[in-house]
Design a protein around this ligand. Structure first.
Ligand code: ADP
Ligand code: MG
Length: 704
């Protein structure tokens, strides 16, 4: 591979060429083995060890032909990134040689020594070791020298230590409840309901040589200091603008790498901020979309490196321009390929749509806190509510038309629209909802966009597993309650309308079609009693509220202990992130910035002295003023530096209670960091760029 004589492969040839997908399975597995495996994939049936052995052997042969020497169980621990440990296929023979071997047992189960992954205390309480278990619903693939096997990760006593297991559980649970609703509506044909996801990924690209000169980018993935460039995104000339050749070459190779991995990379464009871009895939089932989003983020970083670039996935790399997020487009699909959030044309389809819509309205209102929590991180706190991303307040955008229809049902009226007639049965025929009327508002955290919901609060760096676990479980819960009621019904159509009406009466406060960035909305949301959980620390304690613990326990997604572990992990990560940022700031100021400013002050002072030695008449006002200004600023910055050090030395940073620690980081450490940054940015502004120790915002954002 990779030699120059290799002829260019067409995209269809390239697509999935690194994946042990259905085609490869059909081609390489004996028929009965293939059929058993298919049953495992489609219906979750247990896999017989003989079958597993046959699959493993075929996988190994295929992977070795592709030049691999190792395999790895690939899993998704609680830190939101992926983990892998590689074992070679070699197995010694009696005559001192080796053969390449891979057994069914090795395929199905692995035991990574994973004791340093965050577990929120779970492993300590239960069982030290964890094991990984093959997830046959996500195809194995080849990357570098290894065969990658997607796996779930649990402890021996069954505690879930990863993000995939609860995601798979939530998908299964949602399937059960959605099928109940479909049966009630008379659908006997659908066998499976699958949540689908398309995750639009934003990122920044900067030059690697410049990146390597900034400790903040290296350690924190974002700039901790920096004066805004004279030009930001105000001219709106970057969004959808022509893509520069170097970026274009990166994107081309990224697409090819993703296609090889069977990832449906579809759309690429420039985003709002200078140096910011976006990639959107065609949607897939939630589990695969989650794996693929992880692979996409990783591939972005790897391909960038090959182009002398660095891909920044942090939510807020630069102050003063937009940060990066991720839009999680979510819908429900049947095994027959129908989208259950498609309003449809017939009254029956309309009724089905209204039920799923009402379930989401009720769910988002009742579990606003969980949706907010699912996107909580130190990085994302910079964006939510900062007029560049949705507010921290969760609400649903439905558009005027759909809201009008729901209000008509609430008030027992026909919807007042030309195309909309009331049928005798009382079931409204919905007008065609054109995409335009539902998609114009980009300020909502959760928008209905024609045939899917778009959850827009996600940060660019997070795993999409958690938001989707929430969406699936919330939806499953509301559908369960609807199904419990409707299974008793004598008059389905009337009862469905009654149900929608009740949902509207109780939960319409969550519907908001206006400007989510405005101050008025903050006030209005407060009047409506909606939550405004501004920071990670405000949000997380709600995770353990009784109603949430019950939700996850009832649906068998998490036990209370597993939830506590997640709560601990997220808050710990928040505090650790801020601690690294604060320490990086201190090092940069002490070792690079103050010495540089001092050198510049000395240079200016020498200039004054030499001018004066020539003649007392030569004016020195500029140098004098700068020396004064910078000297005051340097003293002030030094004070702030010491203040930040003092804040970090406080015993509260090492309290055993994670909430105490993270609250302290929010309330004491962040303000101390902000104060230091303010002085440093002033110094940067007044210092000659040749003296400043780091490349500035202009270099970073405008030099590709
Ligand atoms: P935009 O948000 O830029 O208007 P689109 O509406 O084209 O973009 O779609 C955005 C994303 O939504 C894409 O990743 C697309 O695959 C995904 N998407 C479209 N339909 C569905 C669906 N039924 N389920 C989940 N995701 C979907
Ligand atoms: Mg979008």
């Amino acid at each position: 591979m990779g030699n120059c004589s290799e002829k260019r492969r067409s995209v269809p040839e390239l697509f999935g060429s690194s994946v042990f997908n259905d085609d490869v399975m059909q081609e390489r597995l004996p028929k009965d083995v293939y059929q058993s495996l298919r049953k495992t994939i489609d219906q979750g049936k247990d896999l017989d060890l003989n079958v597993a052995n046959a699959v493993a052997s075929a996988m190994k042969d295929w992977a070795v032909e592709k030049g691999t020497t190792h395999y790895t169980h690939w899993f998704q621990p609680l830190n939101g990134i992926t983990a892998e440990k590689h074992d070679s296929f070699i197995s010694p023979t009696s005559d001192g040689r080796v053969i390449m071997q891979f057994s069914g047992k090795e395929l199905i189960k692995g035991e990574p020594d994973a004791s340093s992954f965050p577990s929120g205390g779970l492993r300590a309480t239960f069982e030290a070791r964890g094991y990984t278990a093959w997830d046959p619903t996500s195809y194995a693939f080849v990357k570098g020298d290894s065969l990658y096997i997607p796996t779930a990760y649990c402890s021996y006593s069954g505690e879930v230590l990863d993000k995939k297991t609860p995601l798979l559980r939530s998908m299964e649970d949602l399937n059960v409840q959605a099928l109940r609703i479909l049966r009630i509506l008379g659908d006997d044909r659908t066998n499976r309901v699958i949540p689908t996801v398309g995750a639009e990924q934003e990122y920044f690209l900067i030059d690697r040589k410049l990146y390597e000169q900034r400790k903040d980018l290296i350690f924190c993935g974002r700039t901790l200091f920096g004066v805004k460039a004279p030009k930001g995104q105000e001219l709106e000339d970057h969004y959808f603008g022509a893509i520069k050749p170097r970026v274009s070459a990166f994107m081309k190779e990224l697409d090819e790498e993703l296609w090889k991995l069977g990832i449906l990379a579809k759309t690429k464009h420039n985003e709002a901020a200078p140096a910011q871009h976006e990639l959107a895939p065609i949607f897939a089932t939630t589990n695969i979309a989650t794996d693929h989003n992880q692979l996409t983020m990783e591939t972005m970083k790897n391909v960038a490196a090959r182009h002398g670039l660095v891909c920044l996935l942090h939510e807020k790399p630069f102050y003063g321009v937009n940060g990066s997020g991720k839009h999680n487009n979510w819908s429900l699909s049947t095994d027959g390929g129908k989208n259950l959030l498609d309003p449809g044309k017939s009254p029956n389809e309309n009724m089905q749509f209204l039920l799923f819509l009402a379930a989401m309205v009720q769910g988002v209102d009742e579990y606003q806190d969980l949706l907010r929590i699912s996107v909580a991180s130190a990085g994302n706190d910079h964006r939510l509510g900062a007029h560049e991303a949705p507010p921290a307040i969760i609400s649903i955008f439905l558009g005027d038309e759909l809201t009008g229809i729901l209000e008509a049902i609430e008030n027992d009226r026909a919807y007042d629209s030309m195309e909309c007639q009331k049928l005798e049965t009382g079931v409204h025929v919905l007008p065609d909802l054109n995409k335009d009327t539902t998609d114009r508002n980009r300020t909502s955290p959760f928008a209905f966009t024609g045939n899917k919901f778009e959850f827009r609060s996600l940060g660019s760096a997070i795993s999409i597993a958690c938001p989707n676990i929430m969406l699936n479980t919330i939806m499953a819960e509301e559908l369960r309650r609807f199904a419990d009621q409707l299974e008793q019904t004598a008059d389905l159509k009337t009862d469905v309308l009654q149900l929608v009406k009740k949902v509207m009466q109780k939960h319409k406060r969550i519907i908001f079609n206006g400007d989510g960035y405005s101050e008025e909305w903050v006030q209005e949301a407060k009047r409506r009693g909606l939550l405004n959980l501004r920071t990670t620390v405000d949000a997380l304690p709600r995770y353990l509220d009784q109603k949430n613990v019950e939700l996850f326990a009832n649906h068998k997604i998490y036990t209370e202990a597993e939830m506590e572990a997640r709560y601990e992990t997220i808050l710990e990560e928040y505090a650790k992130t801020l601690n690294i940022e604060a320490l990086t700031m201190i090092e940069m100021v002490r070792q690079d910035i103050l010495p540089s400013v001092s050198a510049y002050i000395a240079k200016l002072s020498n200039a004054i002295l030499s001018k004066r030695s020539v003649s007392q008449d030569i004016p020195c006002a500029t140098e004098l003023s700068l020396v004064k200004k910078l000297s005051f600023l340097a003293d002030s910055a030094y004070e702030k530096l010491e203040a930040l050090e003092a804040v970090l030395a406080d015993p509260k940073t090492v309290s055993v209670n994670v909430l105490t620690v993270s609250t302290y980081y929010r309330d004491a450490v962040i303000p101390a960091m902000d104060a230091l940054r303010a002085d440093v940015d002033q110094m940067e502004w007044h210092t000659a760029s040749s003296y400043w120790p780091y490349p500035g915002y202009e270099d970073l954002m405008f030099q590709i």
